[in-house]
Ligand binder design. Structure first.
Ligand SMILES: C[S@@+](CC[C@H](N)C(=O)[O-])C[C@H]1O[C@@H](n2cnc3c(N)ncnc32)[C@H](O)[C@@H]1O
Length: 334
């Protein structure tokens, strides 16, 4: 895709070079960018050859900001506002029930973090929203409604905050006096419970991460989307996933390891009942950013890329979701 240099945005996606190297776009191929964001991966895929891209994002702002790139893509880029757990349905609706590659760049975007009004950051004052999409309860709704036990679980499981119980107790005590509706109010409250030594991350980091992952059901989304990618990828098609913390990376790693080995049968079943591997893992260890990228973009420090190639075996049955707290149960009161 050729375009005037002045029209190029400054956004440089994390591990962008590596994503393209592992995706290996092939001429005429159809690729899914399941986390369009600022369009960094989509742009790079379009530039890699005569290919087309279906970009998905649940954030309407990201989709609207991408229309310019759609206009300049000569019909090769289509954007869809949806969750990536619906990836298979999105591809079918776009007339592409099977595709040559899927990329995912999991988590929150810098555009979302930087906009105080979205409520993702404890560094700026904003409403306690944290939704990537337009639907569902906000973080303030969860803080107002969830039981103390559910809050502690959310902050512990998704935020990996070891002071989760004390934080949950303080939230429940504070909300009796006044609703907690802003990022600053929550950050100040957590700051009284969790003490950070100089040089450590902000005391509210883990609580905010836990709430954000819960509000957006991020781990469930990832879990479902990996199986959806397995169903839509053609034999030889590639899956490339970049994640930013251990909770996400573990889901990707376990999924790929499980799919890369034969299984499903048991010693009581005939050999033919065994499922052959549906993926071959390409990255024995996760690929990480080079020092030059990390020095230009500190966020790249925690990025991990895993890639796999689809075999011609049928997709395995989707695995059950772990028993994490869900929005439905928590907002209904258990
Ligand atoms: C880290 S950013 C992606 C950045 C992108 N690779 C780029 O180069 O600009 C993640 C994006 O994925 C979107 N996202 C996160 N979870 C999603 C989901 N379950 N379904 C669809 N989009 C999602 C977010 O709204 C955000 O825009």
């Amino acid at each position: 895709m050729t375009e005037p240099a002045a029209a190029r945005p400054r956004h440089i996606p994390v591990l962008g070079r590596e994503v393209i190297a592992w995706l290996k776009p092939r001429e005429g191929g159809i690729y899914v960018d399941a986390t369009f964001g600022a369009g960094g991966y989509s742009r790079a895929i379009l530039e890699a050859g005569n290919v087309s891209v279906i970009g998905i994002d649940r954030d309407r702002t990201a989709i609207s900001a991408g229309f310019d790139l759609v206009d300049r893509s000569n019909g090769r880029l289509t954007l869809v506002e949806d969750r990536f757990s619906n990836l298979a349905e999105v591809c079918s609706a776009q007339g592409a029930p099977s595709v040559d590659g899927v990329v995912m760049d999991i988590g929150v975007s810098s555009m979302q973090l930087d906009e105080a009004g979205r409520g993702f950051s404890f560094r700026s004052e904003g409403p306690l929203d944290m939704r990537m999409g337009q639907d569902g309860p906000t973080a303030a709704d969860v803080i107002a409604k969830a039981s103390e036990a559910d809050l502690a679980n959310i902050i512990y499981i998704f935020g990996e905050e070891r002071h989760s119980r004390a934080v949950a107790r303080a939230i429940v005590a504070a909300r009796k006096d006044a609703p907690i509706t802003t990022t600053r109010a929550l950050a100040d409250l957590v700051g009284k419970i969790v003490r950070a030594k100089p040089g450590e991350i902000h005391p509210a980091t883990r609580t905010f991460q836990g709430l954000r992952i819960f509000v957006n059901q991020e781990l469930d989304e990832l879990h479902v989307a990996l199986s959806a990618a397995e169903r839509v990828l053609k034999p030889g098609g590639r899956l490339v996933v970049v994640s930013f913390h251990s909770l996400e990376d573990r889901i990707v790693k376990n999924f790929l390891n499980e799919r890369a080995k034969a299984g499903g049968g048991s010693r009581h079943q005939p050999e033919t009942a065994q499922r052959p591997p549906s993926f071959a893992v390409l990255t024995k260890r996760p690929v990480t950013a080079e020092d030059d990228e990390v020095s230009g973009n500190p966020r790249a420090r925690s990025a991990k890329l895993r890639a796999a190639e689809r075999t011609d075996a049928p997709a395995h049955a989707a695995t059950a979701l772990p028993g994490w707290p869900t929005l439905d149960t928590v907002m209904r009161g258990g």
